[in-house]
Design a protein around this ligand. Structure first.
Ligand code: SF4
Length: 199
């Protein structure tokens, strides 16, 4: 069956006139097809597409946000990776970058923004404050992990734009490797997107 498919594939290139008529058989045919044909699964193809087209939410919390803005500048040029379409609405975004410290008052609002994003969605905690309260270790701040799932932590105070890009590319690998988001259940963060009132 596989040889039959391979022969058909080769016949297409013959019709296009790109190659002289082929008479490959057996292992030669196998090798020829292995070198020229790429197969995958639909899940992997979808994960690949998702991981190369994040739509980040245009969102900043504190000083780390200045470094985040730089990723869209000419030096880092986040458009090289296909992530330049920052969205002004959480309903059009699938990646939230928490750039800066989170106050306890701000936490429910951030969680609401996260819940409004559509599935599948991801979150990056950028900077020491967001991950561990950093230098502001007091009662007014809260680490992001306490109220929402974080996929990647980027350390530093502030992290440079290169570090954030490294984190985004780590997230890309994560999405490509394991699109299963079941671990998010422990935060009750599945299916939390808001729906129209009459739905
Ligand atoms: S980690 Fe540093 S740069 Fe980032 S918000 Fe905290 S104090 Fe500001």
């Amino acid at each position: 069956m596989r040889e039959l498919n391979a022969s058909q594939l080769l016949r297409v290139s013959d019709l296009e006139g790109a190659n002289p008529p082929t008479a490959l058989e057996g292992t030669d045919l196998e090798r020829h097809v292995r070198d020229r044909v790429l197969t995958t699964t639909l899940d992997r193809a979808v994960a690949w597409a998702r991981s190369n087209s994040f739509f980040p939410l245009a969102f900043g919390l504190a000083c780390c946000a200045m470094e985040q803005f730089q990723t869209a500048g000419p030096r880092m040029d986040i458009a090289r990776f296909g992530y330049e379409a920052f969205r002004a609405s959480p309903r059009q975004a699938d990646l939230i970058i928490l750039a800066g410290r989170v106050s306890i008052k701000m936490a429910p609002i951030i969680r609401r923004l996260y819940d409004q994003m559509l599935e599948p969605k991801w979150a990056i905690s950028m900077g020491a404050c967001c991950s561990s309260m950093g230098v502001f270790n007091n009662y007014a701040l809260v680490p992001a992990d306490k109220f929402m799932p974080i996929d990647v932590h980027v350390p530093g105070c502030p992290p440079r734009p290169e570090a954030l890009m490294h984190g985004v590319l780590k997230l890309r690998k994560l999405v490509q490797a394991d699109p299963d988001l079941g671990w998010r259940e422990r935060y009750g963060a599945l299916g939390t997107e808001e729906k129209p009132l009459d739905a």
